[in-house]
Structure formats: C-alpha cells, structure tokens
Design a protein around this ligand. Structure first.
Ligand code: CA
Length: 232
C-alpha cells in the first residue's frame, strides 16, 4: 500500500485511476488542477505522484520543477502526446517515468511498483512484513517473530532469514546467499553459510536433523518453507 496523488484534469481518467489504484490497495488522493496538486504534495506527503502534463492552470513541465524544488517524491507523468521531446523534457526536469494515454490502471500500477522499488526510502515504508507460517519478518524494523515471540537475531542471521523468506518455497543456493547476504560473489566459503544456518536453526528451535522451516537440499542449497503446509 502506498499513498498516491493523481493530478489530472480529465475527470474520467481521474476517476478511473482512483478506482483502479484503490482496488490495487493504494490510498489515493486526487487533484484536478496543478496548483491544488502542488499543495497536496506539500501537505499530504504522497509516496508517488501521477501527473498529467496537460493541466488547465499550470504547465506540466513547470509543475514538475516546482514539485522537485520541494520534494523527492517519485513522479510518473501522464501524457497524451506520444512524442519524444515532451517525455525527454519531463524526465530531464525530474520525472521518474511516464505513461501515454490511453493506458490501463494495471500498467500504471506496475509503473508505481517499479518507482517504489527504485526509491529505497519510500520502499521501506510500504513493505508489508513477510509472513511464512508463524514466522513474521519485518524488513523495515529488522525484527522477526516466531509464534509471536521475538527472535534475537544477529545482523547476518536476520539478512539470511530475510533472503530465504523472500523466496520461500524455493531452493536458494549457498553461492546466492553468499552474494546476497555477504556480498561475496566469488570465493566465499559455504562454511560461512553453514555456520549461520546452524545458528539460525537453533534460534528457530529446530535442527538440521529435524527441520521445520529451514530445509537443506543436499548439494544444492537451502529452502525455507511453511511447515504447516509443507511437512517434509
Ligand atoms: Ca489534461
């Protein structure tokens, strides 16, 4: 869920965006005029702005610059003109992406996901905690709980758990874990992973011999599963 501001004078598009993005789980505010939009950027703290370039009261490109003077919020431009110079000008003035009318809300929702991913600061505030069975991992607060009990995890243990949980159900190789968690793309030791896995197992109250969440796949890697749904 993210806070989205739609600045668009065309009522039909504004309503369609509001409906589609609300259905996609976002909180949507709208403005029909550019200066109202600017006020809402300043007062409403949106996480993404969808901005029509053709507004009645202010030039769209100028409005991008005004928003940029006050905020780093990602801006996705809505344009009716499928011409390169306008888009280039919008991007040069600080827009992050654009969609060309007519567009579907699914396309806009995908663009929104993409800019949220790219803007790390915004991303952390919209990430929902990961849930795998009774395991809950909150990337933002770097807290994990199992059966409602907080797990006391060291930094790398948390990173390892997060890396595995974000791909739960899939086998993740030790080389991938070394690259992701330890930033050692080459030459890292499997032993590093093994040691941290054994610590993590202990904290999850399980063992390699009697796994629940963490399953080693011999010669391949590790798989994190929901033990309630995938008993091994
Ligand atoms: Ca317009």
């Amino acid at each position: 869920m993210a806070r989205i501001l739609v600045v668009e004078d065309d009522e039909a598009i504004r309503i369609a965006c509001r409906r589609g993005l609300t259905e996609a789980g976002h909180a949507v505010a709208t403005a029909a005029r550019g200066l109202t939009g600017l006020e809402l950027v300043l007062s409403g703290d949106p996480q993404v702005v969808l901005l029509d370039l053709g507004l009645p009261d202010v030039d769209g490109i100028a409005l991008i610059s005004m928003i940029r003077a006050a905020s780093e919020v990602p801006i996705i431009v809505i344009t009716a003109q499928d011409d390169d110079p306008t888009m280039v000008e919008a991007l040069d003035n600080g827009a992050d992406d654009y969609v060309v009318k007519p567009f579907g809300t699914e396309q806009v929702a995908a663009r929104i996901r993409a800019v949220l991913r790219r803007s790390g600061a915004t991303q952390s505030s919209v990430i929902e905690p990961l849930r795998v069975g009774k395991l809950v991992i909150d990337e933002r607060s770097r807290m994990a709980t199992l059966n409602g009990q907080r797990l006391e995890l060291a930094r790398k243990e948390f990173d390892l758990l997060l890396a595995l949980a974000s791909r739960h159900g899939q086998v993740v190789t030790k080389a991938e874990l070394l690259a992701e968690v330890w930033q050692e793309a080459y030459g890292g030791s499997d032993r590093t992973v093994d040691v941290h896995l054994s610590w993590l197992r202990r904290k999850l109250g399980e063992s390699a011999a009697q796994p629940r969440y963490l399953h080693s796949v011999r010669g391949v890697g590790v798989r994190l599963v929901d033990p309630e749904h995938e008993p091994d």
